[in-house]
Design a protein around this ligand. Structure first.
Ligand code: S3P
Length: 450
């Protein structure tokens, strides 16, 4: 990365139009990883070509998979990716450290894969990733036989050696985390016998869905502690043709933008609406938002819909904490929506937000306060006192802290601010949503010079 790129958006009128957002980040990582473990050619359309996913691709190449992008057609449509995998158990020792950039998903899921291979790998990352906890994966993967040397606090840089054969495990997740669940299941793919993860709260189930599609044996049952997912090891994965739906976590930004800019009406086509990911839509509906799902269909084993949003009044609510896992990445932009609601929105049960790309409770609370929004920070959440739909004061430069979703949330807030809201550095947006500013401009937002 070179110089910081400040960003400031404003709206000079309603937002309108029909757009699509880039492919789902979670599904894109998994498509590359499972393709890299299948024998034969996997084809992926709609892959998110963001920095996080490209970090996964580079690491898998370093471990022996062949991954190529076909050039986009003349129409500029997204490229098609082809992966020739090495087979489960066939990953090779990487020659150099694996640079994971900003990507927690790449790091934790790849640690799972390596845990049951007889190889040693070093993971490095940027300042944000190097401050994130890794003990949540090193603990269960250690129980399976992998060994780790980490920086103080169980953080990156980290070197691990996998164990083959690994010890199959039954593991009850201590935190609601799809990354930890997936890391253990992926390690279990190359372990003898069955590996089970029990999740007290349902988290995104893309790994389970896609592993089944690739031919792995995946069983899901109710256990006393929650939902038990079992993978049968020494699996053989069959190559697939995968179409990646649009990322609801990216769609969240134009969705909230359309809600808060008076007179707006926006449709976002082809968005994944998996019930383990659609919490934002449910919460906005509870707040009175006009959100409709059209053309509901299934694409590549995932439910997909066209989402239409019209601007309108929102009412503050107490967000049920059990919805949190299905919208964990959408809270920063929900905080923004809540700033324009009538009344108070109370959001609790969100301690996981403190260990994302930034401490999203503290960073959002600071930026919202600087922009004139009244908030109260809780250890595990945020209370936002809405202004009933008026403009917020704005007039601040907010720190994005290497966090793409913080940067996009404040860019959206600026659309309904009296004075400009400037994000100090929008470069991290490229990790998950290349084309964010262009898409907002197509809808009618205007980029202010900064
Ligand atoms: C992800 C899981 C979530 C989410 C992240 C992507 C995944 O993280 O925040 O952006 O693809 O499995 P946690 O597992 O830490 O909740």
């Amino acid at each position: 990365m070179n110089a910081p790129q400040p960003l400031s958006l404003r709206a000079e009128g309603p937002l309108s139009g029909t757009v699509t957002v880039p492919g789902d980040k979670s599904i894109s990582h998994r498509a590359l990883m499972f393709g890299a473990l299948a024998v034969g050619e996997t084809v992926v359309d709609g892959l998110l070509e963001g920095e996080d996913v490209l970090s996964t691709a580079a690491a898998l190449r370093a471990m022996g998979a062949e991954i190529v992008r076909e050039d986009a057609g003349a129409g500029g449509e997204a490229g098609r990716w082809r992966i020739w995998g090495v087979g489960v158990g066939g990953l090779l020792q990487p020659a150099t450290a694996l640079d994971m950039g900003n990507s927690g998903t790449s790091t934790r899921l790849l640690m799972g894969l390596i845990a049951s291979h007889p190889i040693t790998a070093t993971f490095t990352g940027d300042a944000s990733l190097s401050s994130r906890p890794m003990a949540r994966v090193t603990v269960p993967l250690g129980l399976m036989g992998a060994s780790f040397t980490t920086a103080p606090g169980g953080r990156l840089p980290l070197t691990m050696t996998g164990r083959c054969p690994a010890v199959p495990l039954r593991y009850v997740l201590p935190v609601a985390s799809a990354q930890v669940k997936s890391a253990v299941l992926l390690a279990g793919l190359n372990a003898p016998g069955r590996t089970t993860v029990v999740e007290p709260e349902a988290t995104r189930d893309h790994s389970e869905r896609m592993l089944r599609a690739f031919g792995a044996e995946v069983r899901v049952e109710d256990a006393p502690e929650g939902r038990a997912i079992t993978v049968t090891g020494e699996a053989e994965l069959r190559p697939q043709v995968i179409v990646v739906p649009g990322d609801i976590s990216s769609a969240a930004f134009p969705i909230v933008a359309a809600l808060i800019v008076p007179g707006s009406r926006v449709t976002i086509g082809g968005v994944g609406v998996n019930p383990t990911r659609d919490g934002l839509l449910r919460v906005l509906a509870m707040m009175g938002a006009d959100v409709t799902l059209g053309q509901q269909r299934e694409v590549g084993g995932e439910p997909v819909a066209d989402i239409t949003i019209a601007a309108g009044a929102l009412t503050g609510i107490e967000v049920p904490p059990e919805i949190a896992a299905s919208m964990i990445d959408e809270f920063p932009v929900l905080f923004v929506a809540a700033a324009f609601a009538q009344g108070t929105t109370v959001m609790r049960g969100l301690s996981e937000l403190r260990v994302k790309e930034s401490d999203r409770i503290a960073v959002m609370a600071a930026g919202l306060t600087a922009c004139g929004v009244r908030v109260e920070e809780l250890p595990d959440g945020l209370i936002v006192h809405g202004n009933g739909g008026d403009m917020v004061a704005g007039g601040a430069t907010v720190a994005a802290r290497l966090d793409h979703r913080i940067a996009m949330s404040f860019a959206v807030l600026g659309l309904r601010a009296r004075a400009a809201v400037t994000v100090d550095d929008a470069r991290p947006v490229a990790t998950s949503f290349p084309g964010f500013v262009d898409l907002m401009t197509v809808l009618g937002a205007v980029q202010s010079p900064v």
